[in-house]
Design a protein around this ligand. Structure first.
Ligand SMILES: C[S@@+](CC[C@H](N)C(=O)[O-])C[C@H]1O[C@@H](n2cnc3c(N)ncnc32)[C@H](O)[C@@H]1O
Length: 207
């Protein structure tokens, strides 16, 4: 047991991401899910109540942190569709090709050790008509703030389990070969400016 990563950090992330402002942002994305759904970096399960139940056949929550999985277990018992938790990382997923109609990533790409590997895996497990839905904080559009994000990323990575402040979400999603169906870039209301820039998008694998 690693007390900081498996106890304190899950509590902190749940406290921050349970704020109503995030529920609205999640809902605006998750309205687009359908069918068999995979959520990478499932965390404490904070997205569950924002999924439109009628559109979800079943959901797999992929998560490596045992402390997060413990928190998620209580929530999945109340879910209105079948949910299965799998311990693992997004860079090497234990699922056959073309398993999911939708893959979701909420505030997770920033934390991955190797985002390009994870995006390749997302392409592999999506069905040919499947969609990748993401809601992520990332690189600021203001050059001055982006410089601060680059400077502070090493500190943030130590404090927040590897989380980068300066990930250019649009570029990494496009570079992985996805075609963007929609992309919104907006500032969340978070007081911490280095975490404010949001990217919300829907991507597909071109035929
Ligand atoms: C900031 S939390 C977001 C949790 C959740 N998606 C939400 O929106 O409430 C990021 C999550 O990604 C998980 N994570 C870290 N590295 C990962 C990896 N390589 N593959 C999948 N998930 C990972 C963390 O354990 C953490 O639960």
């Amino acid at each position: 047991m690693r007390p900081y990563t498996e106890r304190l950090l899950p509590w902190l992330i749940e406290t921050v991401l349970s704020r109503p402002i995030y529920a609205e942002q999640r809902r605006a994305l998750l309205g687009r899910v359908e069918g068999r759904v995979l959520e990478i970096g499932f965390g404490f399960g904070g997205t569950l109540q924002e999924y439109p139940a009628a559109r979800v056949r079943d959901l797999v929550g992929l998560e490596p942190n045992p402390g997060m999985l413990r928190r998620a277990r209580g929530r999945i018992a109340r879910a209105p569709f079948p949910v299965r938790l799998v311990r693992g990382v997004a860079e090497t997923m234990p699922f056959p090709p073309a398993t999911f109609d939708t893959v979701v990533s909420n505030w997770t790409l920033c934390t991955l050790g190797r985002p390009p590997d994870a995006l390749r895996e997302i392409r592999r497990v999506l069905t040919p008509h499947g969609r990748f839905l993401f809601l992520e904080h990332g690189l600021s559009l203001e050059p001055g703030l982006a410089r601060w994000q680059r400077l502070l990323t090493p500190v943030q990575q130590v404090l927040a389990d590897g989380c980068r402040l300066d990930l250019d979400i649009e570029t990494i999603v496009r570079s992985a070969g996805f075609r963007l169906e929609s992309l919104e870039r907006y500032e969340s209301g978070l007081p911490l400016r280095v975490l404010r820039q949001m990217y919300r998008g829907v991507a597909r694998v071109p035929p």
